[in-house]
Design a protein around this ligand. Structure first.
Ligand SMILES: N[C@@H](CCC(=O)N[C@@H](CS)C(=O)NCC(=O)O)C(=O)O
Length: 208
């Protein structure tokens, strides 16, 4: 399998962490990408009309996206029932937590694109505030749920770690730990797990 990859993408991180958990990472070759909402990467866009990463090319040559579909595909390939429980309340909980974490990321990313890509005179503060309100509400929900997470490792908790780490990576000024101390303690433990430690975000533009 091959995956269009970015070392900074939290969605790619989620997929790669899941692949490591499932023992499938060695079967996935990383392909470079240069995606952006204002400058499409034609190589990616030829396979995924949305022009986004992650996009996975299966051994059968099928292009799969987005990260949620890829994670479900990898779980099915591995015959896994732990990362994505096959049925029942554990499945709906993992999928809902993934949707919440990915939604926080969608909002954070829109904010970042607004600030990094839109010309300064066209930027809209209310837009940023609206998106960051989603991030904050998600953070409050994670803090409320944190005592129940325990040592559960599934698609929901992996997605949440990726979302919180992305805040560290691109929104350090939000200082989320101050408002979510229980989530912070939980995050520190799960983020040190090999699958997540090996996939921490890296800014491709910063010297190593
Ligand atoms: N819902 C998608 C989101 C993927 C996404 O937004 N990826 C970003 C990189 S972190 C991207 O490709 N951005 C380029 C664009 O928006 O055109 C997923 O879960 O895979």
């Amino acid at each position: 399998m091959r995956i269009f990859f970015s070392p900074a993408s939290p969605y790619v991180r989620k997929v790669m962490a899941v692949a490591i958990e499932l023992g499938l990472d060695g079967r996935i070759e990383k392909l470079p990408s240069a995606v952006s909402p204002v400058m499409r990467d034609d190589t990616v866009a030829r396979l995924n009309p949305l022009g986004k990463v992650p996009t996975l090319i299966t051994d059968d040559g099928e292009a799969l996206y987005d990260s949620r579909v890829i994670c479900e595909y990898l779980a099915a390939l591995a015959g896994d029932g732990r990362i994505l429980p096959p049925a029942g309340p554990a499945r709906w909980r993992a999928l809902t937590e993934q949707a919440m974490a990915d939604g926080m990321l969608d909002a954070a990313l829109l904010t970042r694109y607004e600030r990094m890509l839109r010309p300064a005179e066209r930027q809209w503060d209310d837009w940023e505030q609206g998106q960051l309100a989603k991030v904050e509400a998600g953070l409050a929900e994670i803090e409320a749920r944190a005592p129940s997470f325990g040592d559960r490792v599934d698609l929901g908790t992996i997605a949440i770690v990726c979302a919180l780490s992305y805040l560290d990576f691109r929104f350090a000024h939000l200082d989320w730990r101050v408002r979510a101390p229980r989530a912070a303690a939980w995050h520190a433990v799960l983020d040190a797990r090999p699958s997540l430690a090996a996939t921490r975000p890296v800014d491709p533009n910063k010297p190593k």
